[in-house]
Write a protein that binds this ligand. Structure first.
Ligand SMILES: [Zn+2]
Length: 67
């Protein structure tokens, strides 16, 4: 499964990564700002081909649609 470099949101309230992958960092930031709860914090995490989160959820279809 060839994912390439992509980004995930990591919420401060939850140590696991958000399921949704983003191709570019500012898209992840924009989404995080939109859906975050008041006072919740997050960081944007870079992942590559060996992303444990995407392997877990088998999101190959998502990437095909977005290319
Ligand atoms: Zn991923």
């Amino acid at each position: 499964m060839n994912l390439g470099i992509h980004y995930h949101i990591r919420w401060s309230s939850d140590s696991s990564l958000d399921w949704k992958p983003f191709r570019v960092k500012h898209e992840a930031t924009k989404m995080a700002e939109r859906i975050k709860k008041p006072k919740e914090r997050y960081s944007i995490v870079e992942r590559g081909d060996q992303c444990e989160r995407c392997k877990e959820f088998k999101l190959k279809a998502f990437f095909v649609v977005n290319e």
